[in-house]
Structures are given as C-alpha cells and as structure tokens.
Design a protein around this ligand. Sequence first.
Ligand code: C2E
Ligand code: MG
Ligand code: MG
Ligand code: MG
Length: 280
Amino acid sequence: QAKLLGKNQHSFYTESMKIRTHNLIKAEEDLSLALQRKEFELYFQPQFNLHTDQVFGAEALIRWNHPEKGLVFPNDFIPLAETTGKIVELGYWVLEAGIAYLAKRKLEGRPDLLIHINLSSSQLSDPNFTALVKELLLKYQVPTHLIGFEITETSILEDVHLARVLLQTFKDMGICIAIDDFGTGYSSLSQLKNLPVDLLKIDRSFVMDLENDPDDRKIVEAIIAMAHKLNIRVLAEGIETREQWKMLAEFQCDFGQGYYVSKAVTAEEFNQGSPIVHTD
Ligand code: C2E
Ligand code: MG
Ligand code: MG
Ligand code: MG
C-alpha cells in the first residue's frame, strides 16, 4: 500500500514537473519569437517635479504587442522571463531601446529628459552587463546623466555587496541610480546608506491610502525626511488623485508619477504631449 502510494506520488510529481518544464520551454520560445518579430515596445510614463509641476523625465515601461492577445502588460511576462532566464536578453533590448530613444530625441532637437530604465536582478548578476552598458553608450553617444536605472529594493537585498559594486560603477559613469518600490523590501535606510543612490521611489502601496491612513502619512513623511538628510531625492509612485499630489508636495516630496497626470504612453504620444498639471 505504502509502496503503491509512493509510486503514485512519484509519478504525480514527475507529471506536474513535466508540464511545468514544458510550459517554461514554451514561454521561452514565445519570448524569443516575440523578440525576433519585434513585438515589444517601450512606453513612457512622465515623471514630474512636484514643486514646479514640470516633466523632468520618464519611466520606460515595456509592453508586448501580442499578435493574438493584443497589448500585454509586464506582470504577465516579466516573471516568466525571469524564470526562464530570457530576462537578460529582454533587458538588453529594453536598455538599447531606451538609449536609442534618447539618441532620437537629441537628433530631433527635443529638450533633455532623464529616462529611467528598470533593471532586474538577473541583469545585475550577468557578468557582461557593465560591458554591455558601455558598448551601448559608445554606440549611441548619449550623455549618461540622462539615463537612470531603477533597481528594486528586493533585488538589491539579494546581494548587497554585488549591488554596491555595480551601482558605484554606474554612478561613476554618470548614470542616476533609483531604488524602486521602496518600502516593500524590509530594508532599512541604514542598509542603503552605503549605496550610491540618487533617488528613492516610494512604493505605490504607501501612496494610495494617503488621504485616509495617518500611518501611511507618517511613514511617507519619515522616508522623505530621512532620505533628504542622506542627500537622496524622493519620488512618489502611483499618484492617482489631486489630494495625494498636494499632500506629497506639502511633505516636500521632490517628484511624482501616476495616473493622476498620465499613465505610460507610446513614445509618439509622449513626444506630442506637454502634460503640465494644474494643482491650483
Ligand atoms: P514598476 O517599475 O514599479 O513600475 C510602476 C508600475 O506602476 C507600472 O506598471 C506603471 O504603469 C504602474 N503605475 C504607474 N502609475 C500608476 C498609478 O497611478 N496607479 C496604478 N495603479 N499603477 C500605476 P507596469 O508598466 O504594468 O509595470 C509593472 C512592473 O513590471 C514594473 O513595476 C516593473 O517592475 C516591471 N517592468 C516594467 N517594464 C520593465 C522592464 O523594461 N524591465 C524590467 N526588468 N521590469 C519591467
Ligand atoms: Mg520602476
Ligand atoms: Mg516601482
Ligand atoms: Mg511597483
């Protein structure tokens, strides 16, 4: 009986593992094909100075123009890209597309903007990554101070030592360093004090209840005050209401982005728009 059960269990697990492996292989093939067919596109979400209401930059966010499913959002494929390892290639595509966009802006005589690019932890642990970045900068000849890297607090915590070395290298090159989703990774500001960070992005989860939750208000105010003491600027993610915008400006938060002003839009739409908000 026990033996039989064991055997069944064994074959059950093997079956489910086979399915999982099959799905991952399929996902990897789909992502490779999509890269070949140029189905990915960078969208841009404007980032604002909360004191002047002016756009100073944008976050590049990947989208997949899927031939059958239509517009697919990153949460539906980035995790698979991470598991299969495809994220390294995909991340390289994002980096080149972001830098190429900056080069194109320069060619068209558009004003300088800081373009933030999201990096995944697999890219950080790719030993070729620094060389790839340098190669792209050489190829496109864009000033490094127009490039920002967004790295989540969680991926920094995976290997703080490696992160410190890499971030310092990028910082020395003139690239801006932003910590993404700050507040969700159980790190403390003291863990970040030795990292060469220019910008902290306060996670949307602290912003969305700002009007109603006094605790969130205190947390956000404290993060801003401490960051400023460490000479780090602060950006609030996911601002959806005028009230949140006003409160964050009162808290001396430097920058913001969110649906209140604009979601991520295509490069063409981003170039056309001059989204200045009016907060009275
Ligand atoms: P993230 O880097 O924290 O990006 C912010 C996400 O919040 C974006 O979702 C953005 O569209 C969304 N957002 C912005 N403002 C608001 C708001 O006011 N309300 C709400 N509800 N959402 C808002 P998106 O584009 O779906 O991206 C999701 C995540 O996927 C990103 O989170 C990032 O972790 C990842 N991702 C996106 N593009 C890339 C990429 O090129 N490379 C890597 N490695 N990851 C990426
Ligand atoms: Mg981000
Ligand atoms: Mg974020
Ligand atoms: Mg987030």
